[in-house]
Design a binder for this molecule. Structure first.
Ligand SMILES: NC(=O)c1ccc[n+]([C@@H]2O[C@H](COP(=O)([O-])OP(=O)(O)OC[C@H]3O[C@@H](n4cnc5c(N)ncnc54)[C@H](OP(=O)(O)O)[C@@H]3O)[C@@H](O)[C@H]2O)c1
Length: 230
């Protein structure tokens, strides 16, 4: 039986991933920040704010077969209006949070023999968009971290990232708040719709599983064709 840790398993992609892993018989250790969830069936929930200096990970088992780091932000603003401190805060959540958690659980990942790490980037790294400098800077760092860690942790631990385009989750709620907004965003994609949390979670589940055992250091562009088709 596999043990998986989902940081940010209380919403959107992480919640869908936690449910799907638990439904396939794995033990899932999932964290929440602002939205408490009760432990049920195979999903053991615990509170964790990755912005805190100290992280209590005593709820975790001795070995972890995989981890997905889901906290993120989409804060779109003109570059000239973003204070350097805001860049630092975004980096703290999207990059340093992952660094701190990964360093803390590394012994548990190593104890599994073969383990898999899944991080999240965005389509806005591969392709430049107006007002995306904040998220692109942080997620660009996530992509670099993915490849560097894939090199450093091979062959025992695989590290891959998913770079979605707009996906229907609470994080993207403000961009999808009306039918008009949804349709306008759908039409920007070659496949003429936005993504679902389940579709992104299914890719994360694949990357965590042994079915992807020969993949590491990859950035998966799961974006309705946005990053590669005009
Ligand atoms: N949705 C999109 O359109 C989209 C597009 C490209 C990339 N992505 C990336 O995909 C990943 C998942 O996004 P999502 O849309 O599923 O986001 P979401 O619905 O906002 O879920 C984020 C999860 O992270 C947790 N979290 C937030 N801040 C945290 C903190 N300080 N400490 C610990 N946990 C924290 C949240 O917990 P609580 O809810 O309990 O606070 C929640 O469980 C993110 O990295 C995002 O950048 C998303």
């Amino acid at each position: 039986m596999k043990n998986y840790l989902i940081i940010g398993g209380s919403s959107g992609i992480g919640k869908s991933l936690a449910t799907s892993l638990a439904n396939s018989g794995s033990q899932v250790y999932a964290t929440y920040n602002l939205h408490p969830h009760n432990t049920a069936d195979n999903i053991h929930y615990a509170a964790l704010n990755v912005l805190n200096d100290e992280m209590d990970l005593d709820f975790l088992p001795d070995h972890l077969d995989g981890i997905a780091y889901c906290p993120g932000s989409i804060d779109l603003k003109p570059f000239s209006k973003i204070k350097p401190a805001t860049f630092a805060a975004d980096y703290n959540l999207q990059v340093l949070g992952a660094v701190k958690v990964l360093q803390a659980v590394l012994p548990r990942l190593k104890a599994a023999g073969n383990a898999s790490v899944v991080l999240f980037s965005t389509v806005a790294v591969q392709l430049g968009f107006n007002f995306h400098s904040l998220v692109a800077a942080s997620k660009g760092a996530v992509e670099g971290l993915t490849r560097a860690l894939a090199a450093e942790l091979a062959p025992m631990i695989r590290v891959n990232a998913i770079a979605p385009s707009l996906t229907d989750t609470p994080l993207a709620g403000k961009f999808l708040a009306s039918d008009e907004k949804k349709e306008a965003n759908a039409q920007k994609h070659p496949l003429k719709r936005i993504g679902t949390a389940e579709e992104i979670a299914a890719m994360a589940a694949f990357l965590l599983s042994d079915t992807s055992a020969w993949m590491t250091g990859q950035i998966i562009h799961l974006d309705g064709g946005m990053s590669s088709i005009k």
